[in-house]
Design a protein around this ligand. Structure first.
Ligand code: FES
Length: 790
């Protein structure tokens, strides 16, 4: 982005009529026909916003919409950049009426004293962040967990009401009312007159993001006015009760805000609390209700995914993220340009209004591979922008996640045989909030699982949810063992396939899978050693370790053909540089598994390579014949009992530019390699690490420090007994993770300033020295402060 020369515009048209004009249209106006036709109130947008703007995402990612009077932004990176810079791209218009109302409706609103003012959603700096900081405490995972039992109880009671009916409109009979009840509890508002509140909040949506006809505008204005007065009355009552008996500990977010007002009267003002009261009900309720309805619709439209969720509840957290990505409840948001800017080569003059179509960003192929595919195991699903990003990111995101997870748990346990009833889906026409108005489902009550297993109705000992973004490590996949084949003394090869015969996920050489070894808490990593082109199965080879207590010995003694296993991955922390001029592969013992897949790839690509394979005896070395057939003289075998050793000093005596060394094997061999590669160019040697060298955090030896989050505008304190990752999560900041041992690279963040004490094994020496990224699960600050791009 950059500041511009003043753009040259055609008469009445805000688009710069520069060199683009002649290219795009013969009329001299650069607005293309499709941009001119764009209308977010059309059924096409209402039914499927990302599909409706696919053409733009692919060909014209930022365009001027004459019908809307907004610039429309459709790609992931552009939208994230806009969220990141909340000064240049002000949120001030986020709650502005997208369709200006007529005089009569305005007079009605005025008669109610309607004065919805700035809220956390649409407030500029410097006012916004002090308020956000003052009010965010109630949204932290630690505080939110108090609401979990109530949400579970509500979900059970509502399902009880219709489970024997064989059909239900999930929106009308559950998904609207529970989020409203939870929102009211969260805010501390007494539960009264829910139906009226429901009408009010729909009216507020139509008033702000919809296109009501002139005759509807007046009715909407009355409902919004009533909503405003209702919010004011409830707030007054709360204020009176604040010092009443037992009030000190009680209350929700609004009572918290009223107490903060006493401490910070200039920050938390009366008008602010009144506006937040009204906006808070809508924000906490409607978005979650719509997101839950969208999620159930999407899962039931994908019966395979629904079946998997019903069979394995551990998939639910990531399924929720994928539902939020694929079909979230917030389709688009708005920003105002405060200084002449350029994004993606398009000039945006000061004062331009932007419709940023987050639902389109969530399908951007540049960020989400196969973005239209609904994949509940997608490992970057939670990168979606449905909650926004940066300093204005939705504060209630973890409350929404909690409710959605509990709804999915309840439905998948008690109504796994539920299916969508035939119906047409309708949406309240508006640009931003999306969810079906009704969601009819049906099932055969005679087959309700709890008729045969009553304990399913009220299961005991339910584990509390892990609040926040799901860990990648929780995404499992069922497989069936197709064959178990001895391939050397003490080594078996396992071939696993999908239970339903579908293709296995794609993988690249260097990837591994985690296998649950008979218990969810016992898992081991094994490198994939087959042919990536064979998508019918995954293959690993497992050496029986005499010291093993549950990993390799379990594989050798317990696994049989036909057994069902759970795996995670494939994931790759050991990427092959396919642009290398030459590759040297060095394997010791069972370390041949990842290396064999890499050497096969080098041969396919026609890269010059050597494969050095050491072992105690030939009988203990897996795949020797197959490797000889495939690699011929490029394979060098060193069997100790034949008196042959790989002379690493001689092999690596002369550093070669453009050569990369990949190694896997015993620790001693890897340490020797590090020493022999010391004179080679930086980052020549690549080693597969399966074990972390990380020590347990010892608070007596660590020091506390602060991390300043540039995009979010907050400072998070990292105590001596905390990792950066855990401190970020406690502050409601999403960072992905997997191993949490410094092995995988999932928790990487960008460092803007400050010196990092790197403790991972992922970054290369050069990357560490550059100091621009760190692994938050293990690395710390050398000094008192780090500034991160978060
Ligand atoms: Fe794997 Fe941090 S989560 S390196």
């Amino acid at each position: 982005m950059s500041t511009l020369e003043p753009p040259v515009r055609g008469a009445g048209c805000p688009v710069a009529h520069g060199p683009l004009s002649a290219e795009r249209t013969p009329t001299g106006c650069p607005v293309s026909q499709r941009a001119a036709d764009f209308d977010p109130f059309e059924d096409g947008y209402q039914q499927d916003p990302p599909e409706y703007v696919r053409w733009a995402r692919e060909q014209e990612p930022i365009f001027w919409s004459p019908k809307l009077g907004y610039w429309v932004v459709t790609r992931y990176d552009d939208i994230k950049a806009i969220f990141r810079d909340n000064i240049t791209f002000s949120p001030s218009i986020a709650l502005e009426k997208i369709t200006p109302t007529g005089d009569e409706a305005n007079a009605v609103l005025a008669s109610y004293g309607f004065a919805l003012n700035r809220t956390l959603v649409n407030e500029d700096e410097p006012a916004h962040m002090p308020r956000r900081r003052a009010l965010m405490h109630s949204f932290t995972p630690e505080e939110l967990k108090h609401h979990e039992p109530m949400v579970r109880q509500l979900a059970r009671e509502y399902v009880d009401r219709f489970i024997d009916d064989g059909k239900a409109d999930l929106v009308d009979q559950m998904l609207w009312e529970i989020p409203l009840t939870v929102a009211l509890h969260f805010l501390g508002v007494p539960e009264e007159d829910m139906d009226t509140l429901r009408k009010y909040s729909i009216a507020h949506t139509v008033n702000t993001w919809g296109r009501p006809k002139p005759e509807e505008q007046v009715a909407v204005a009355h409902a919004v006015g009533n909503f405003w007065q209702f919010a004011g009355k409830v707030l007054d009552k709360m204020r009176q009760d604040l010092d009443g008996p037992g009030a000190a500990e009680s209350g929700g977010w609004m009572q918290y805000g009223l107490r903060k007002q006493r401490e910070l009267p200039d920050v938390v003002t009366d008008s602010y609390l009144h506006s937040m009261m009204m906006a808070g009900i809508v924000a906490a309720h409607e978005t979650t209700a719509n997101a839950s309805a969208n999620a159930m619709k999407l899962l039931l439209q994908h019966p395979d995914a629904w079946r998997e969720v019903c069979e394995d509840a551990s998939l639910i957290p990531n399924a929720v993220e994928e539902c939020l990505r694929h079909n979230g409840s917030v389709a688009a948001w708005r920003r105002m340009v405060t200084k002449d800017s350029r994004i993606d080569g398009v000039d945006l003059p000061t004062g331009s209004k932007l419709l940023i179509v987050t639902s389109s960003a969530n399908h951007d192929e540049a960020h989400f591979a196969d973005g239209d595919l609904f994949d509940i195991r997608r490992d970057n699903a939670s990168d979606h922008l449905t909650f926004g990003y940066g300093s204005h990111q939705c504060m209630g995101k973890n409350l929404a996640r909690m409710e959605m997870q509990i709804f999915l748990e309840e439905f998948s346990r008690r109504l796994p045989h539920m299916r969508l009833a035939p119906q047409q889906f309708s949406y309240v026409p508006n640009t931003s909030f999306r969810g079906p108005e009704h969601l009819w489902v049906e099932w055969d009550p005679l087959h309700n699982p709890e008729r045969a297993h009553p304990a399913l109705r009220r299961p005991k000992g339910v584990e509390p949810l892990r609040l926040g973004e799901p860990s990648k490590g929780a995404i499992t996949r069922p497989v069936v063992v197709e064959s178990v084949t001895p391939v050397a003394e003490g080594i078996v090869k396992l071939r696993v396939v999908a239970p339903d015969g579908r293709p296995m996920p794609r993988w690249a050489p260097g990837s591994h899978i985690d296998i649950e070894c008979g218990h969810p808490d016992v898992s081991r990593q094994y490198s994939l050693c087959g042919d990536p082109a064979d998508t019918s199965a995954l293959e690993i080879a497992v050496l029986r370790d005499p010291e093993s207590r549950g990993g390799s010995s379990w594989v050798h003694t317990s696994i049989q053909v036909g057994d069902k296993l759970k795996i995670r991955g494939p994931r790759n922390h050991f990427h092959l540089d396919e642009s290398a001029r030459k590759l040297i592969f060095i394997a010791g013992g069972i370390g041949i598994t990842p290396v064999s897949a890499m050497a096969r790839r080098a041969k396919e690509l026609g890269i010059d390579y050597e494969l050095h394979y050491s072992g105690r005896r030939r009988a203990t070395m897996a795949f020797l014949d197959a490797l000889r057939t495939l690699h011929g003289d490029r394979l060098k075998v060193y069997a100790q009992d034949e008196g042959r050793r790989n002379d690493l000093a001689a092999l690596l005596a002369t550093p070669e530019m453009g050569t990369q060394v990949y190694a896997c094997g015993p620790l001693r061999m890897l340490q020797a390699l590090e020493a022999h590669c010391a004179a080679w160019p930086e980052d020549t040697l690549h080693i597969e690490h399966f074990e972390s060298t990380l020590r347990t955090l010892d608070p007596s030896r660590e020091r506390a420090f602060d991390v300043e989050l540039k995009d979010s505008g907050i400072v998070v304190h990292v105590a001596a007994d905390q990792t950066v990752l855990s401190a970020l999560r406690a502050a409601n900041i999403d960072v992905q993770s997997d191993c949490e041992e410094g092995l995988c690279g999932s928790c990487e963040v960008r460092v803007l300033s400050g010196k990092v004490d790197h403790r991972d094994v992922v970054l290369t020496r050069a990357e560490r020295e550059a100091g621009v990224k760190m692994m938050t699960c293990c690395s710390r600050a050398c000094g008192d402060r780090l500034v991160l791009e978060l």
